[in-house]
Design a protein around this ligand. Sequence first.
Ligand code: GRF
Length: 217
Amino acid sequence: MAQDTRVGLLISGRGSNLQALIDAQKAADYPARIVRVISNIPDVHGLTRAEEAGIPTAVIPHKNFPDRQSFEAAIDAQLKADQVDIVCLAGFMRVLTDGFVSAWNGRLINIHPSLLPLFKGLHTHERALAEGVRFTGCTVHFVVPEMDSGPIIVQAAVPVVQGDTPATLAARVLEQEHVIYPLALAMVAANKARILDGVVHLSDVHFANQSLTNPRE
Ligand code: GRF
């Protein structure tokens, strides 16, 4: 796919992943372009980031709608008006109905702060620490009706270290989120990621084949 793959982003907050995508698309050969940022919450920092980058924004407050379907219909109408090809969820804090997810099947991606399928839902870092895992991380995946499921595009493993708190771990994971989201979006936009039997098959990408060990003596 060419540079003109049109991306719509849905956010609810600070928009640091949005910022990572804005920064990535500054590269002339980045295969996607953000054409709209939609927030369901007014006045969030993510909207300011988009405006500063010259990207059109829209605020569609879920509270203004009687139900999820009508809220999503408004989002869908905006995305269609902008001729969006791919929708990225980036800290969008509303559960989407099956109807919306099916309508955007294969063109809707999300970032989650854990190594899925572990730690779906909220408070991922607290739960990783409580389980004592030596690695956690983040995942970019295609969205399916079941929450925080769906074919995985890119993951980054992040070590958990002695003395980590949810905040220190979240910060370490977030740094990697900002690496893998632009990477995953580029793969999807460039048609390098295809879903076959519920799993993503990648072509023309590099795979690391070393094992990771944490801790090491
Ligand atoms: C990120 O941790 C993301 O993985 C999760 O929500 C957070 C959004 O952060 N889905 P930001 O708004 O992109 O800074």
